[in-house]
Design a protein around this ligand. Structure first.
Ligand code: 6R9
Length: 711
């Protein structure tokens, strides 16, 4: 690896010029006993075989789970509908928890929780004052997890939750979030987790779409010493749900921040203010009413395990459906291979993603637990307590203290760490690390190299994992020990994944030609649908590209990609109207509808613009209502821009707050009335020459006016 490093670190500006190759290392060099796949030749052989006989490959992987009844058929494929392990019976919670207890590992650590260093929960001090440096840690063994999950499962049952129901969860990163999800899985209810950074409106629309009758939340979550008031958001959502004719029966509230006097908020069983039919319950009070014995429900392999909403190119988020047997198989296998998981060998796995995103579902919760490797959950921010200049070294301190062996984070975080300087990680002993992962967006080679050198000490393989909410788990990634890596490339397909770069006609493209990223065969972790919207499922994912020979649909990921002469994939990013902001997927339409819900706004168009840290930032072009401005004695000024940005944050969530709001008299449109987004993207990026053909513009002058508005 040293010699590869010598070839000009720091001089790379574009992935297209990136030619460095980092060879895979021997397991012993890193202190592993072995690799699951230990050479490129072995990977290639296994991959080839897995595509020749996918059913053979996946059924041997599925056998590594515990089943209550074996399947009759491995796969039923009526494109685009796949059923995996048909007739098989299993349970997700059983595979994550109970089977380990039964096998005698009940006293092993399952979960390590690290909270903000704030001392006792109820004596939180105000920001700016001295914080206790005492770490707040809680560890749960498999046995403890089994008891807590069973107890909470009984709470859910008592509140009327039945097999097949969908429970909405809106919680901070605390062990109880994992407990709530596993409790749902235990009794056969699907969970629908909503990221705690989303605004009340997101809860309303998702709970409505999922027909959720029960919501689990917490009084609040900690974020840089401030309380994020989750329960207040849920109450607001419940009220607007009631106004829309959807009554949520129960809200269970975990007392976590304790920022309100517990009695002031509510008494268990009281109705929500403004929605009295919805009853509130304290988590701890409900627990006291039930036993900790609760059997795992026997679930059909194709029963829904969870719904997870993701942004699409229309304003309404899509409820991605994942089922039980296939998802578990895919996540267990990918987690094991990508991170070389080996139970009982002292590994500690930390994925810094929030459980509210798919990365958290698959690689904070299900993947590590199934593989019996302790998983670390961190509630706080990387820069709290905050150092001078807003910097922080919390992540490195946590890695050193818990002796984390595999660390998994996002490029946007890595770029932030780079900006904070090399000396922060250098202060900590990171020698426990063996594998580093990245996910969420393409990683720029500069960030890759920095991660490799300053976090991985030049010795840890980096796994750049490309995948989506819809794919359930990794579809392209290096396997450490097998795949030589190239900074910025997610390298090769996962075993069992038939990935290709094709043109619109479905023909595989020659090396280095940009095209569409598709998967040509079904895989166990693939989405089974968009909840309640068959049409969206079929047209979004399966409607664009077909096998030119057979006419069978291919799965299209909505990403552009190229494959180089060595067969390495380079993902170039989304080609639909969604943007990855700091690794979080956002629909431009969601932001636009938030903007037009402000009375000052007539029309809005939102595009992504390149950003050093976030990857992409949001730029909003807005036309205003002159009458409103006059009536309210307002001007199109900085104050109004700020107000609009704040409005978006309130309506959607802070992550959707535009970096730039630009006023314009009209938006550039084609004759058919479509907003010319590519043109706006160029303008937002400050591209000098307008590269788009503008002859179809309805209003030519609009282009020059937009450009004149550049700040
Ligand atoms: C896991 C996750 C999916 C979109 C995907 C792509 C982008 C994710 C990537 C990557 C390049 C990687 N993406 N990982 N692009 N290299 N390693 O992020 O799921 O939130 O559904 O987003 O993220 O554009 O289509 P999700």
């Amino acid at each position: 690896m040293g010699s590869a490093m010598a070839s000009g670190a720091g001089a790379i500006s574009s992935t297209l010029q990136e030619h460095r190759v980092f060879p895979a290392v021997a397991a012993r060099e890193l202190g592993f006993d072995s690799w699951h796949v230990s050479s490129l030749a072995e990977y290639k052989r296994l991959h080839k075989r897995s595509l020749e006989d996918p059913e053979g490959f996946w059924s041997s992987e599925a056998r590594k789970l515990s089943w209550f009844a074996m399947w009759d058929r491995v796969l039923e494929w009526n494109a685009p509908d796949a059923k995996w392990f048909v007739g098989g019976k299993t349970n997700a919670c059983y595979n994550c928890v109970d089977r380990h207890v039964q096998a005698g590992y009940g006293d092993e650590v399952a979960l390590i929780w690290e909270g903000e260093p704030v001392g006792p929960r109820t004596s939180h001090v105000a920001p700016g004052s001295a914080y206790s440096k005492e770490p707040q840690v809680r560890t749960l063994t498999y046995r403890a997890l089994q008891q807590e999950v069973s107890r909470f499962a009984n709470v859910l049952k008592r509140l009327g939750v039945r097999k097949g129901d969908i429970v909405t969860i809106y919680m901070p990163m605390v062990p109880e979030l994992a407990i709530a999800m596993l409790a749902c899985a235990r009794i056969g209810a699907a969970h629908s987790v909503i990221f705690g950074g989303f605004a009340p409106h997101a809860i309303t629309e998702r709970a409505m779409d999922a027909h959720s009758k029960v919501i689990i939340t917490a009084d609040g979550g900690w974020r840089r010493g401030e309380v994020v008031k989750l329960q207040v958001n849920v109450e607001e959502a419940v009220r607007s749900l009631a106004n829309n004719g959807h009554i949520v029966n129960h809200v269970v509230v975990l007392r976590h921040t304790g920022h309100d006097a517990p009695s002031a908020r509510f008494a268990t069983g009281a109705g929500v203010e403004g929605a009295v039919a919805t009853k509130m319950h304290w988590w701890h009070e409900e627990l006291a009413r039930v036993s900790d014995a609760c059997p795992c429900e026997s679930m059909d392999s194709e029963d829904m395990l969870f719904l997870l909403y993701t942004s699409g190119s229309t304003g309404k988020p899509k409820g991605i459906v994942h089922t039980t047997g296939g998802y578990l198989t895919f996540v267990q296998t990918t987690c094991k291979l990508t991170f070389n998981m080996q139970p009982g060998t002292g590994q500690v796995f930390w994925c810094s993603a929030d459980i509210g995103w798919v990365t958290g579902h698959s690689y904070v919760l299900y993947g590590p637990l199934m593989n019996r490797v302790p998983t670390l959950l961190y509630e706080g921010a990387p820069n709290f307590p905050t150092m001078e200049g807003g910097k922080g070294d919390r992540f490195w301190e946590i890695i050193a203290r818990h002796k984390v062996t595999q660390f998994y984070t996002a490029p946007t975080a890595i770029r932030t760490f780079m900006k904070w300087g090399d000396d922060l990680p250098a202060r900590h002993d990171l020698s426990s690390l063996k594998i580093l992962g990245t996910v969420g967006e393409p990683i720029n080679p500069e960030a890759w190299i920095w991660y490799n050198q300053h976090i991985g000490g030049g010795r840890c393989p980096i796994v750049d994992t490309y995948w989506q909410t819809e794919t359930g788990g990794h579809i392209c990634t290096p396997l450490p020990g097998a795949t030589p890596t190239k900074p910025g490339s997610c390298t090769m397909p996962m075993l069992g994944i038939d990935a290709a770069v094709v043109n619109e006609a479905g023909e595989e493209l020659e090396a280095n030609k940009g095209g569409l990223f598709v998967i040509r065969k079904p895989w166990p972790g693939m989405l089974r649908g968009v909840y309640g919207n068959r049409e969206r499922f079929v047209s979004n994912y399966w409607g664009r590209v077909k096998d030119p020979a057979t006419g069978m649909p291919y799965y299209f990921s909505a990403d552009g990609a190229r494959r180089d002469e060595d067969g390495y994939f380079w993902v170039q990013g989304r080609i639909d109207d969604v943007i990855k902001v700091s690794g979080h997927l956002l629909g431009t339409m969601e932001v636009e509808s938030a903007l037009v819900s402000h009375p000052a706004v007539a029309e809005a168009a939102v595009v992504g613009m390149p950003h050093d840290i976030k990857g992409n930032a949001i730029c909003a072009f807005v036309t205003l209502r002159p009458n409103w401005l006059i009536a309210h004695k307002r001007a199109p000024d900085e104050a109004l821009k700020k107000e609009l940005a704040q409005h978006v944050a309130k309506e959607v969530g802070a992550l959707a707050r535009p970096d730039q709001v630009r006023f314009t008299e009209s938006l550039p449109k084609t004759r058919s009335g479509k907003i010319m987004r590519r043109l706006l993207r160029d303008i937002a990026a400050g591209v000098e020459k307008i590269t788009q053909d503008t002859t179809t513009l309805e209003d030519f002058s609009v282009v020059s006016r937009l450009r004149a508005d550049e700040e």
